[in-house]
Design a protein around this ligand. Structure first.
Ligand code: GDP
Length: 199
């Protein structure tokens, strides 16, 4: 497990046309606000300040590109599920994210973050359904596993998968993560493996 050597913020974009040229593979991270996305990005890249944690609703929703080891982009997508956000803002988010996910040609995989303590939330299920319909590959990351015992996490994940099984013939691969226990670094190894396959 080799740590990331370099993680550099490249740019923030409000639409796909502004994103960096699609010359290298990219991996997008998304999830409900507060799921621990910024913390996970900082944890797996070994850079505490890369992604801004605890973004508040109403702040500009942008697609953030980070160049990792000069080989791939890690993309931080704005979180969803803010209760306080207006319908107009939600529609804007949806349009931007959907266009990005559908049209970004170098997008290799989506990492969908979910809280390991909760059962599938409606908004997450709808998002997974949409990804499935569009044929966009995704992997689940169960976050904040330090907040409960290992047994509890395992039992929750089993229940979570049981719920998904009702809808999905094949269940997505998943990782567990916590910036307290340090779990989740396998994500970097996995991306490296995929990148080798893409070459
Ligand atoms: P984001 O909105 O998805 O980017 O979430 P943040 O990374 O800002 O995290 C939201 C809150 O959850 C913050 O208070 C973090 O400190 C906390 N948090 C994030 N990841 C973990 C984790 O792995 N373990 C614990 N215990 N707390 C976490």
């Amino acid at each position: 497990m080799n740590p990331v050597k370099t993680a550099v913020f490249e740019k923030s974009s409000s639409k796909i046309e502004e994103c960096p040229p699609p010359k290298i593979p990219e991996y997008a991270f998304i999830g409900r606000s507060n799921v621990g996305k910024s913390s996970l990005i900082n944890h797996i890249t070994g850079n505490k300040k890369l992604a801004k944690t605890s973004g508040r609703p109403g702040k500009t929703q942008l697609i953030n590109h980070f160049l990792i080891d000069e080989q791939w982009y890690l993309v931080d997508l704005p979180g969803y599920g803010w209760a306080q956000v207006s319908k107009t803002e939600k529609a804007k988010w949806k349009k931007m994210i959907e266009r990005y996910l559908l049209e970004r040609e170098n997008l290799a995989l989506v990492f969908l973050l979910v809280d390991s303590r909760h059962m599938p939330q409606k908004v997450d299920q709808e998002f997974m359904r949409w990804l499935g319909e569009k044929g966009i590959p995704f992997i689940l990351v169960f976050t904040k596993v330090d907040k409960q015992s290992k047994n509890q996490t395992e039992s929750n994940i089993a229940k979570y998968r049981k719920v998904l099984k009702k809808e999905w013939a094949e269940l997505p691969k998943y990782f567990t993560a916590s910036n307290v226990t340090g779990e989740g670094l396998e994500i970097i190894d996995y991306v490296r493996l995929l990148n080798e396959d893409l070459h």
